[in-house]
Ligand binder design. Structure first.
Ligand SMILES: Nc1ncnc2c1ncn2[C@@H]1O[C@H](COP(=O)(O)OP(=O)(O)O)[C@@H](O)[C@H]1O
Ligand SMILES: [Mg+2]
Length: 290
């Protein structure tokens, strides 16, 4: 796989623009890091290839949301899950995180969620080193991240409505507001007619939609999904991925760890590939080619 050449170092930024050597897709958004003295933000550009010349349209300037700087992570038992991983995710991006089982995807997600701290290196969320967060700052960070898991993790004794409302309750939102918000979010995921059911009465796909509703109801700026379609059939998996696309279109940053190669290949989004304990490759090509 050729490096995209788009996520360039500060020094090489201008020079590497013309060195992009891969097919470009009109509907793919790219991000280029610009020097820290310009704010360390990202240029969001649209690339169009015309008779061997690449034309760049500036779509906007996006602030960085997540930065991993030379991160290594070893668990207490001595297993190195990630080594020397550096990456940036800008606000508003949609990113697939791919890699074989054991490649470190869940570990990377736990680092962003501050469930773990790196052994070496730094994880920055909105420019703050997450290892330095104290007391209430950790739940505040987590409130900014909507999590979706492969195994749903719904409250089995509560209805769909109550599961989604729970997120708002613990965030201290008033009942009146909760009663107004929950139905509109259930409608967004197509489950307004199942509001009073308990999770056991729903299909896997429907349960995952409840999880997505629960993750977005508090309007977090970031949604992270860890293998969200791992237990679902291909058609349902597409429905779930389309919900993530819709969420991203409305401005939320989305990070999806997945094994669903066929979907990743067709969606032509940014891919971060973890392999061999943290060797990162990037691209928007077919995941199998990474
Ligand atoms: N809590 C843990 N303690 C020890 N080793 C772990 C723990 N969690 C994950 N690992 C190990 O770290 C490596 C990466 O795991 P993980 O991040 O779960 O990968 P993935 O999500 O890509 O399958 C694996 O070798 C796994 O066995
Ligand atoms: Mg995992």
């Amino acid at each position: 796989m050729k490096d995209s050449g788009m996520r360039c170092s500060t020094a090489g930024m201008i020079g590497s623009i013309d060195n992009v050597s891969r097919p470009l897709f009109l509907d793919v958004k790219h991000y280029m890091e610009i020097p820290p003295f310009l704010g360390g933000r990202f240029l969001q550009v649209l690339c169009h290839k015309m008779s061997n010349r690449k034309i760049y349209f500036l779509l906007g300037v996006h602030a960085e949301m997540i930065k991993l700087d030379n991160v290594s992570m070893a668990y207490d038992n001595g297993v190195t899950a990630l080594s020397n991983v550096s990456l940036n995710i800008a606000k508003g991006e949609f990113v697939f995180l791919v890699g074989t089982s054991g490649a470190g995807k869940t570990t990377l997600i736990k680092l962003i969620y501050r469930e773990e701290c790196p052994t070496t290196g730094q994880v920055l969320f909105d420019s703050k080193n997450t290892a330095r967060l104290k007391g209430k700052e950790i739940p505040m960070l987590r409130r900014r991240i909507g999590m979706v898991f492969q195994d749903f993790r719904l409250l089995s004794q509560k209805t769909v409505n109550e599961n989604v409302a729970f997120t708002l309750k613990i965030a201290g939102i008033r009942q009146k507001e909760i009663r107004k918000t929950v139905p509109s979010v259930l409608k967004r995921v197509g489950l307004e007619h199942k509001a009073d059911m308990i999770p056991a009465r729903l299909s896997g796909g429907e349960q995952q939609k409840v999880c997505i509703a629960r993750a977005i109801v508090n309007r977090p700026p970031l949604i992270i999904a860890d293998e969200p379609t791992g237990n679902l059939d291909p058609a349902t998996s597409w429905e779930i991925m389309k919900l993530f696309i819709d969420i991203n279109r409305r401005g939320t940053t989305v990070l999806v760890a997945t094994h669903a190669w066929d979907i990743v290949n067709q969606m032509k989004r940014r891919i971060i590939s973890l392999s061999g304990r943290g060797v990162i490759r990037e691209g928007v090509r077919e995941a199998s080619a990474l």
